[in-house]
Design a protein around this ligand. Structure first.
Ligand SMILES: C[S@@+](CC[C@H](N)C(=O)[O-])C[C@H]1O[C@@H](n2cnc3c(N)ncnc32)[C@H](O)[C@@H]1O
Length: 186
């Protein structure tokens, strides 16, 4: 990793450590105090996710449900450590500006990785078919959006086509905060 990359990863780690320690974020937008957990991925889940991004050598990732940006920070940290072309993380969240008062985008900005992240304030069931039509593809997907059966079902149907063969996806559910990795068959 270049010195610039190392410095970037250190900055991301600093924000992750602060959020893990404090468990709160104050929204710049309106001064509201938000408690990250248990809405955000747990530190153990997020750490495992970072490891998967690194192991897959992913450079193009997608996440359903930006929320507080805790999982996105770990994905970005993993991306910064991977060699290859300019990394890109796509994060979907139709409620980022409302329910989350922009906190997810705010922590990404504080961590210096806002430039890596493409946020769409659009529900996944609308954004994913559009990405498919545009011929987009990803190395790894993290699903932590609408946890109802129909929401997760649709996400996985579309991601099955958007994640490249040999890539991987993760899914969490709110009533079962465990993550599982599934490798796509070719
Ligand atoms: C459990 S939170 C995600 C937490 C995030 N992974 C983190 O670590 O901070 C669920 C997120 O999914 C978003 N969401 C809900 N329905 C969605 C949908 N149809 N498409 C995309 N995101 C959705 C919510 O606004 C919320 O940000």
């Amino acid at each position: 990793m270049s010195e610039g990359g190392r410095e970037g990863a250190r900055r991301v780690r600093g924000v992750i450590e602060r959020l893990t320690r404090d468990g709160t974020v104050v929204a710049r937008a309106d001064g509201t105090v938000h408690h990250l957990f248990p809405v955000a991925a747990s530190p153990a889940e997020a750490e495992a996710l970072r490891g998967w991004v690194a192991r897959e050598g992913a450079t193009r990732t997608i996440e359903i449900g930006l929320g507080y940006g805790f999982s996105a920070l770990h994905i970005c940290e993993g991306l910064l450590g991977n060699p290859g072309p300019a990394p890109r993380h796509v994060a979907l969240d139709p409620y980022q500006a409302t329910r989350f008062a922009g906190c997810g985008l705010q922590v990404l900005d504080e961590a210096g990785v806002a430039g890596l992240v493409e946020h769409h304030a659009v529900a996944s069931e609308l954004a994913l078919p559009r990405f498919l039509g545009e011929g987009r593809g990803f190395d790894l997907a993290f699903v932590d959006g609408n946890h109802r059966f129909d929401g997760v079902f649709l996400d996985l149907i579309f991601l099955g086509r958007l994640v490249r063969a040999g890539g991987s996806w993760w899914s969490t559910t709110t009533n079962c905060r465990r993550s599982g990795a599934r490798r796509r068959s070719a």
